[in-house]
Design a protein around this ligand. Structure first.
Ligand code: 0WK
Ligand code: BGC
Length: 884
């Protein structure tokens, strides 16, 4: 690397720290000059070392490591979002400490219209020295820098001090909304639209940078999502000695004379308050060694602070010309010769070049950290710059850019000057804070109806319980409580080969189930049911089913065999027997004609009949809840409840036969298919139903039906979320209020997105990726809000499902007059199985609402097809014992 970079990066050792009065004057004058200038040369390797050392200090501080204390503080600023471009309003901004001993007050009007900006009105007030050094009087000031030394402020909440001062004045009511570091104001002052401006860099009196960090990386915040702006406070970098190798004797002299020796070492090599002083110390040294100004000095040259940044900027700027340099030196009481002027310009250039290179090394550390923490091959980012060093030293930025390109080649960085020193940026922080607060309020208002409390859930449980009792009695109820003629769960003695069909979920499956001593073996094949078939004629649908069976038999070498068949038919059927089921109504997007009111076993047999040379013995029709209960019951005899939370939702359980009206017998049990998807179709869920639920229901093919299902199951949750996102977009809360075609598209927001977006392992950027794939133009805030919407909708679904299960297990417990019931629930369904939190939320709700029931949820491995085969096997076993 040593050979590259027009910015003159050379290999070599940093100078030792000599006390002022003992700086040696070597005999060879040119060597002396070279020695002085060489001290300011920083090699590529040294810059990389500084970049690496700052990077590790940053990560130490972010991780909350306190000892050894990191040299940089990495202070979270609680700014969690960058401007939208929709921010508007009038804001008062106070700017203290950005440009030395002055206070600037600005009146900033944000129009909220991209590209339309109003010039802030501002006024600057000089702060008298006695005030800067006199008594001072949420954001706690850690330490003064840059010449300020007011007492009674460090360690105090400066916002409170300001509020107290406003109070003391008694004339104004000013609401202090935000205290902002100038780097944050600079970053936020970036015009929206120039690309993600997520770094603010200030080189003014002092120097510092801020950037948008992943909140989960900031230990003190204990946040796992979103971003937060972190003020690096890199001015104190090197206070632990890390800058030793590049410190010059002049840096040490400057530090020794400063108000805060040993502190802010990095700032003292870069900040505008110090560059002039560094130049003065070098010039004074060279003069005292007789190689400058003929060995003459002047009181001004020997006075601290006599050479200002502006002087250095002019003297360093080749376009300013020797005459201007001459004048400046004369104003300092010196009589420079032509060679002096040139040498002085070299000294200025060396001091400024080093400052720009060091600043670049620090910025490269921030950029590399961002690139790694966002796991991006190439980081594309905009850096907002602010401060007089940028304004006054045009070469500073170009040296900075070139050095950043050398140290962080994988970062594509564009630099944008902040238009008005952060004033507008500070107003923007306040406006963004106000926008976020307003959006948060609107989001909470929108999601509040989805946040169900214990009372509401207990009410659902009680209503469901009442509906169960009425349904069992055959009274009017939204719960049909359909007898299934399954009276027993498997006892393990079943044997044989069975065919099973599984229709009604995401996939249609044909299965061969071999029940043998060693257990159950399953071979299955998934077939699709095209929408045109699901919503075509009944004959077409059942012919399609038989086609699949024949295809399966051929593939499994079963052609011509008439195996007993169990049919999992996951729709509400009034069963008249194990092999008779009258379809009451379609659900879940099915709507084949000429089926409702028909015995679907007959429809299947007729289709078999239409297909020559196919013989099938349809023994049982079961609901998928029953199949799931039986399938899990084969492993766990406590399993007496079946639960499906997939495309649709439903539950069944073993009820006391004496409680089942319309079925003969008072002893023993019968499995009841509750068809709880229809719970609330009588309006009993009205209080919980939101306008978004109503929109989903109205747009469905069965409006007014399956209301409970439409608040819980996979076919509908994505749509509920989409309608909420549309609503929040119309309020301007999301996507900058831009309604996109894709969000208007029905079913474009799949329920599986909820499971993906809510998975803990997904960082926010992956959430963004899912949404960006949908064509949604979003920010991190948007992604966070979409996540909250998904969480609210899935949480309500899980809690309602839990309230339903609590009603069922409590019914069984009371049926049996038990103090405590131990029972297992067999569960299946994509939503329950794939959503990261659904199952635990259901279990938690059941524990809350049915504390006297010990409920184990068993996820069914083989689906309800196995269950259908087992029901068939039990039926065959019972039939055989009946014949004997
Ligand atoms: C798998 C079962 C099937 C049931 C389905 C429900 O084998 O009977 O209908 O789960 O889940 P979904 O596929 O609708 O997510
Ligand atoms: C049907 C039920 C089925 C459930 C789960 C509902 O739409 O009505 O019969 O059990 O979906 O698949």
């Amino acid at each position: 690397m040593d050979s590259i970079g027009p910015v003159g990066l050379q290999q070599g050792e940093g100078a030792p720290c000599y006390p002022q009065e003992s700086l040696p004057c070597p005999s060879d004058s040119s060597e002396l000059v070279q020695e002085c200038l060489r001290q300011f040369k920083v090699t590529g390797a040294q810059l990389r070392q500084i970049q690496a050392s700052l990077l590790s200090s940053m990560e130490q501080a972010l991780g909350g490591q306190v000892s050894p204390a990191s040299a940089v503080r990495m202070l979270p600023t609680y700014v969690g979002s960058t401007p939208h471009g929709t921010e508007q309003g009038d804001f008062l901004v106070l700017e203290l400490g950005a440009t030395g001993a002055s206070l600037r007050i600005l009146w900033v009007t944000l129009t909220g219209t991209e590209g339309h900006r109003m010039e802030p009105r501002s006024q600057e007030f000089v702060i008298p020295q006695e005030v800067m050094l006199g008594p001072g009087q949420q954001s706690t000031l850690i330490s003064w820098t840059k010449g300020f030394r007011c007492s009674g402020v460090e360690g105090q909440d400066v916002v409170q001090l300001l509020r107290d001062a406003i109070q003391r004045q008694g004339a104004y009511s000013i609401d202090v909304v935000a205290v902002v570091n100038d780097t944050v104001g600079t970053m936020m002052g970036c015009e929206p639209g120039v690309g993600p401006c997520e770094v603010g860099l200030v080189v003014d009196t002092g120097t510092n940078a801020c950037y948008m960090e992943e909140a989960r990386h900031v230990a003190v915040l204990d946040e796992d999502r979103g971003r937060v702006c972190v003020s690096v406070e890199w001015g104190s970098f090197g206070d632990d000695g890390a800058l030793g190798p590049v410190l010059t004797t002049f840096d040490c002299a400057l530090d020794r004379e400063s108000l805060n020796p040993g502190a802010q070492r990095f700032e003292k090599m870069i900040g505008g308050l110090y560059l002039g002083e560094l130049v003065r110390l070098v010039l004074a040294h060279l003069a005292q060694c007789g190689v400058l100004f003929g060995g003459c000095t002047s009181p001004a040259l020997l006075s601290r602070g006599s050479i200002l940044l502006e002087h250095v900027a002019e003297m360093e700027d080749p376009s300013a010309g020797a005459a201007r340099v001459h004048t400046i030196l004369q104003d300092l009481g010196l009589s420079p010769g032509a060679s002096d002027v040139e040498l002085v310009q070299h000294v200025c250039a060396a001091v400024c070049m080093r400052a720009a290179q060091l600043c670049a090394a620090a910025l490269a550390a921030v950029l590399s950290h961002l690139q790694h923490s966002r796991e991006q091959q190439t980081l594309q980012i905009t850096v907002a710059t602010g401060g007089r060093v940028f304004e006054r030293q045009p070469r500073f930025l170009s040296i900075l850019q070139e050095t950043v390109m050398f140290l962080a080649p994988e970062c594509d960085v564009s630099f944008i000057p902040s238009l008005d020193g952060g004033g507008r940026g500070v107003a923007m922080v306040t406006a963004v804070a106000a926008r976020l607060a307003a959006h948060r309020r609107l989001l909470e208002e929108t999601l509040a109806p989805f946040r169900l409390n214990r009372e509401q859930l207990a009410a659902v449980q009680a209503q469901m319980r009442e509906a169960m009792t009425k349904g069992l009695r055959g009274e009017a109820s939204s719960l049909r409580m359909l007898p299934t003629y399954v009276r027993a769960t498997p006892d393990g003695s079943e044997r044989g080969d069975f065919l099973a069909l599984d229709l009604g979920g995401t996939n249609f499956r044909v299965l061969l189930v071999r029940v043998a001593t060693g257990g159950v073996q399953i071979t299955n094949q998934v077939y699709s049911i095209p929408e045109c078939v699901a919503q075509g004629s009944g004959q077409q649908l059942f012919d399609h089913i038989v086609d699949c069976i024949v295809d399966f038999q051929q593939k499994q070498g079963l052609s011509g065999q008439s195996l007993p068949l169990g049919f999992t038919f996951s729709f509400p059927c009034r069963q008249l027997g194990l092999d008779q089921g009258i379809l009451l109504n379609w659900t879940k997007g099915f709507n084949a004609s000429d089926c409702e009111g028909q015995d679907v076993v007959c429809l299947l047999r007729e289709a078999i009949g239409r297909r020559k040379a196919v013989e099938l013995n349809v023994v049982a029709i079961v609901n998928d809840t029953v199949g799931t209960m039986m399938s899990c019951g084969y492993e766990d005899p406590h399993c007496e409840v079946g639960l499906i939370v997939g495309t649709g939702t439903n539950a069944c359980y073993m009820e006391e036969l004496r409680n089942v009206a319309g079925v003969a017998g008072d002893s023993g049990h019968m499995c009841i298919n509750m068809e709880w998807g229809a719970f609330g179709d009588d309006g009993s869920l009205g209080v919980l139903s939101t306008c978004f639920d109503a929109r989903v229901d109205q747009a469905s093919i069965n409006p007014g039906k399956q209301r409970f299902e439409k608040m819980i199951s996979g076919m509908y949750l994505g749509e509920i979320v989409r309608h909420i996102l549309l609503h929040l977009t119309s309020l301007g809360v999301l996507f900058r209020g831009q309604q996109t075609q894709c969000l208007q598209t029905r079913d474009i927001f799949k329920t599986k997105f909820l499971s993906e977006i809510e998975s803990d392992s997904l960082a926010l950027r992956q959430v963004r990726a899912i949404l960006e794939d949908l064509g949604l133009p979003l920010t991190s805030d948007d992604a966070l809000m979409v996540l909250e919407v998904c969480q609210a909708v899935s949480q309500r679904a899980a809690q309602l499902c839990g309230a339903g299960v609590a009603a069922v297990v409590e019914k069984i417990r009371e049926n049996r007059g038990l103090e405590e019931l131990t029972v297992s629930v067999g569960v299946d369904g994509t939503l329950y199985k794939l959503h990261p939190h659904f199952s635990s939320l259901v279990a938690a709700t059941v524990r809350e609402l049915a504390p006297r029931c010990v409920v184990t949820f068993l996820q069914s491995e083989d689906g309800s097809g196995k269950g259908a085969a087992l029901v068939t096997a039990v039926a065959c076993r019972l039939a055989q014992t009946a014949c004997v």
